[in-house]
Design a protein. Structure first.
Ligand SMILES: Cc1ncc(COP(=O)(O)O)c(C=O)c1O
Lengths: 261, 402
């Protein structure tokens, strides 16, 4: 199984850390989302985070909301998520995580979802609205299948909650950089650095920072203290405005942030 | 265990906290503040005093024989939450949560609203307690409940018309949650119904259960017996659980929730969540919801903005699951006919939401026969619905009609 930990370790050896790129499946079309994901990897993205469009995405800002609403209007189905994972992993070596709100997994069946994701070649799940406290089914299914499970940690999480999150996560812990929803921000919060420090002190092997990162300079800044940097809205915007080519160019630019001079 | 003793986070298989980790600290803080407040007699006294001197509690009950005569003569008794300050039951919950906001030291409140009644109540409490206030309301609802938008703005609240998704209540909740995630340090989310993540279903129920506690005694005083059945409309379910709760352990009292059947529960255009949905996770809780095969929420439809919601509170899902309460759909037209009938026979203009319960009560009266007594929660008054009613019944003069 192609999981994320070895890639994060390797990129922290040979560079400053890993670059993780987010794109929604089915935007602007299923084919173009596959092409764009492949282009990200070819331009230096180390790990892909594929979002499944969902009707009520409470963690997402306007750019990702607009993209996923369009994908839903175009007829996105859950089966397209597995298809995209299969087509992407056939062409590039990077691990592919699925980012999904919880209800689609519940309706598909947690075990069936895990089996089909593993069969498609996926690495695991990022679950923005599932906390470990409610995640017993998924923890069991991912233990059985070997899939990664990425839970979120927030600046407001207490120490006992951080310990629980580290314990429940496999692959990395998703450190939410700031209080807020997805979307590019000019200034990254000092909160991210503090949170990653707390996660490391509590024994996290890998913390990757997401929400608000949009430039190579921000990637470099984050990789100064974290093991990975996650970019979402900026890539989605590039894809929306300039197509696959523009998304690839932005990925190449962001990847420069993984190597300090 | 007594059914009334049930608390969150889980009601049977339903409830929980399916939210981003970023909100957990705020939910914990609110839950702890509420647990402490519950044990503090000063909190209960302050809330009761606001009920007496601000809301107008206890609200009266009114027997409506001319209305009941249209359904075979059972006794129908209304619990008059429409007479509360701001015009609905929503104020009961808002005053409780506003007091809690003060206790946890936050200076700004946000809320979602469908019909605008919860938004008006929240804006009212914000004015009373000197809090900044932002209300999220679906764009569709800002149009059909324009009077309430004006009321909220006059009260000093900022009203944001939500343009994402179906542009109704569910999308207003999404945007309010996004605001809360971002501004949680200064902001408390005053949630308007018994849905959402723990502690909201339990806390909002506790602030609303005074409806049933008062009404149970009032009906006993009036008739010498408990009612045969209690009935309420169900959007998220706060007025319904507020009425039902006091009767949960009265095994002889039948409990009925009436959902918005829209153009018909057999059509795709309805909001009959328990009747037609299946369990899933929406807005932070596991409960019945309207969804497609992939778990995407299906847009609901109802003539009544306050019932136009594809989810329902977890305690109702549990009561349906264990068979303690029965949930049935009432169509747009049945509700509008009941609205007109109550208005013409009793001189009481109900909210369209509450009219669903009235239509349900007519149905129950026919089923249960003339010896039955049916207690109905009249959750709100119809002022906000005059434009909808005027168009529905063609009451505008031709040249003024748009
Ligand atoms: C008068 C009235 N009744 C009922 C409702 C539905 O809410 P709930 O089901 O939480 O009582 C509303 C909501 O806006 C309302 O304004």
């Amino acid at each position: 199984m192609r999981t994320v930990a070895p890639v994060i370790a390797r990129r922290n050896d040979e560079a400053d850390g890993a670059l993780i790129g987010y794109l929604p499946v089915g935007f602007p079309t299923l084919d173009e989302s596959v092409e764009a994901a492949v282009a990200l990897v070819e331009n230096g993205v180390d790990i892909l985070e594929l979002g499944l469009p969902y009707s009520d995405p409470v963690m997402d800002g306007p750019v990702i909301q607009a993209a996923t609403q369009q994908a839903l209007a175009n007829g996105f189905r859950l089966s397209h998520g597995f298809e995209a994972v299969r087509r992407i992993t056939e062409r590039v070596a990077a691990p592919v995580l699925i980012m999904t709100y919880w209800n689609p997994v519940v309706q598909y069946g947690v075990d069936r979802f895990a089996d089909d994701l593993a069969a498609a070649g996926g690495a695991g799940l990022i679950t923005p609205d599932l906390i470990p406290d409610e995640g017993a089914d998924w923890i069991a299914a991912s233990d059985r299948t070997g899939l990664d499970r990425v839970f979120l940690a927030a600046p407001t999480s207490t120490d006992p909650r951080l310990a629980q999150t580290i314990d429940a996560s496999r692959g990395f812990v998703y450190a939410v950089s700031t209080m807020g929803i997805t979307g590019a921000r000019a200034d990254l919060d000092e909160a991210a650095r503090t949170l990653v420090g707390r996660l490391q002190a509590a024994g996290a092997e890998a913390s990757c920072v997401g929400v608000g990162i949009s430039t190579a300079a921000q990637v470099a800044e984050v990789l100064g203290y974290a093991q990975g940097a996650i970019v979402g809205s900026a890539l989605v915007r590039a894809l929306a405005e300039g197509g696959v080519q523009a998304a690839g160019s932005l990925a190449a630019e962001l990847a420069r942030g993984t190597r300090s001079e | 265990m007594a059914l009334r003793a049930q608390t969150g986070p889980y009601f049977g298989d339903f409830g929980g906290r399916f939210v981003p980790e970023s909100l957990i600290a705020a939910l914990d803080e609110l839950g702890e503040a509420y647990s402490l407040a519950k044990l503090d007699p000063a909190f209960a006294e302050e809330l009761a005093e606001l009920g007496r001197s601000y809301t107008g509690r206890p609200s009266i009950i009114t027997e409506v024989p001319r209305f009941a005569a249209h359904a075979g003569g059972a006794r129908i008794i209304l619990k008059r939450e429409d007479l509360n300050h701001t015009g609905s039951h929503k104020i009961n919950n808002v005053l409780g949560q506003a007091l809690l906001t003060k206790r946890i030291g936050k200076t700004r409140v946000i809320a979602e609203t469908g019909a605008g009644q919860h938004g008006v109540a929240t804006a009212t409490a914000a004015a009373l307690f000197d809090l900044d206030c932002t209300i999220y309301m679906g764009e569709v609802d800002t149009e059909r409940q324009a009077l309430n938008v004006a009321r909220m703005r006059l009260l000093g609240a900022e009203v944001i018309a939500v343009t994402s998704g179906s542009r109704t209540l569910k999308d207003a909740i999404n945007d309010a949650m996004r605001d809360w995630v971002t501004n949680v340090e200064t902001t408390n989310y005053i949630f308007g119904t018994v849905a959402g993540p723990h502690p909201f279903p339990e806390m909002v129920r506790d602030f609303q259960k005074i409806i049933g506690e008062e009404a149970r005694q009032q009906v006993l005083d009036l008739t010498g017996a408990l009612p045969t059945a209690v009935a309420a409309c169900v959007g998220g379910g706060s007025n319904a659980i507020g009425l039902f709760h006091a009767f949960l352990d009265d095994a002889d009292v039948r409990i009925y929730g009436f959902e918005a059947g829209g153009e018909g529960a057999e059509t795709p255009r309805h909001a009959a969540t328990i009747t037609k949905g299946r369990p899933g996770v929406l807005h932070g809780a596991r409960s019945f919801m309207l969804q497609d095969e992939d778990g995407q929420t299906i847009e609901s439809h109802s003539i009544s903005a306050g019932l136009d919601y594809p989810g329902v509170g977890p305690e109702h899902s549990w009561l349906a699951d264990i068979g303690r309460a029965e949930y049935r759909p009432v169509t747009d037209d049945e509700a509008m006919q009941a609205l007109r009938l109550l208005t013409r026979t009793e001189g009481i203009i109900p909210a369209i939401e509450s009219a669903h319960a009235l239509a349900g009560a007519l149905e129950l009266a026919r089923e249960l026969g003339p010896d039955a007594t049916i207690l109905v929660n009249l959750s709100g008054r119809g002022d906000k619905d005059m434009d909808t009613a005027a168009k529905y019944f063609e009451l505008y003069d031709e040249e003024n009609a748009k």
